[in-house]
Design a protein around this ligand. Sequence first.
Ligand SMILES: Cc1ncc(COP(=O)(O)O)c(C=O)c1O
Length: 397
Amino acid sequence: MIKLNRRIAALKPSATMAAEARATELKAAGVNVISLAAGEPDFDTPERIKQAARTAMAEGLTKYTAVGGLMKLKQAICTKLKRDNGLDYDPAEVIASAGGKQASANLIACLFDEGDEVIIPTPAWVSFVAMVQLAGATPKMVPCAEENGFLLTPNQLRNAITPRTRGIILNSPSNPTGAVYGAEELSGLAQVLKETDIWVMSDDVYEHIVYDGSAPHIFKIEPALKTHGIVFNSVSKTYAMTGWRVGFAAGPREAIAAAVRLQGQNSGNASSIAQAAAIEAYLGAQDEALQMVTEFHARRDLVVDRVRKLAGFKLPNVPRGAFYAFPNVSALLDRKYKGKPLTDGNGVAEFLLEEARVSVVGGNDFGAPEYIRMSYATSRKNLTEAFDRIGAALEKL
Ligand SMILES: Cc1ncc(COP(=O)(O)O)c(C=O)c1O
């Protein structure tokens, strides 16, 4: 066995990517699997954005760019932050990276160190924990109660902060729960955070995929937090551009300059052609996103209705954003399949793949092993068929 770097050896594959890969593998082998595992819109990238990429290629924008992104892209990002979030940034406070994932991994690596604790309210996106661990810091998971809509309360936050706390990562709308913080809730958290100098990271990648009102920004509600605040975002979800790999981080100059140094040594600029496409995404007409959200809204309603009819599934909170439902399946955990008890959300996911040929992601890696994540980034026809299959499969338990 080869000896790996200690932190890499401890690194688990991304649970969401593993579930999606397994579904793709089965489909390639001819098995009729419906995937509710995907973390990406099923829509195509809008034509105006593709056209911008073609033009960029035709005009020879095919060389390295500045490590932190084209000036025009950074300016477009500043325009977007003002227009969509009411936040003032200038280009020196922005880095463009290969997706929101690289942007957040960069800043987490730059700002946290061994001995530091980083608060992650759970259920949370699977990669936050891994990124914090890769930086050598310690994730401090704070479970947020389903009865409280999976939202962190100011009291929980106060109790989680220790002298070693260096950061907190918020994500609203949330992957995997679909929870969205309202202005009042953010203001409660901001009052606590304002008294500290810990880094407040706000991952906004699902900001436009909301169904019941909007997703307010914590730095707009409490501008004082910006001095120790970082925004993460990307074109992936809003513009159906997951494959293009463009995201960004915005924050204080020194933090961004460190991230540019890191990115300059370990990867370089995001694709020049994709950067041109992202400029068009941010500056062009913004109506396609709305159309996508209208469809997601109809699917959300369908999914909530169908999940609530499944024996052993509970979904007390209607997801208000993103494109996931996160039902509680604890009532299934005493049941047996092929003589073996279903032990946790991952076990339920395996059962659903085997018996219903429906792929979902177990809640374990989101820090919530009694849950499963079901993505509705697939057609209503597929969703209807998937729930018919799950209903039939559950009768076999
Ligand atoms: C909460 C959250 N943040 C960030 C990302 C990163 O997206 P990307 O790297 O495609 O911009 C994802 C993707 O699934 C996500 O769910």
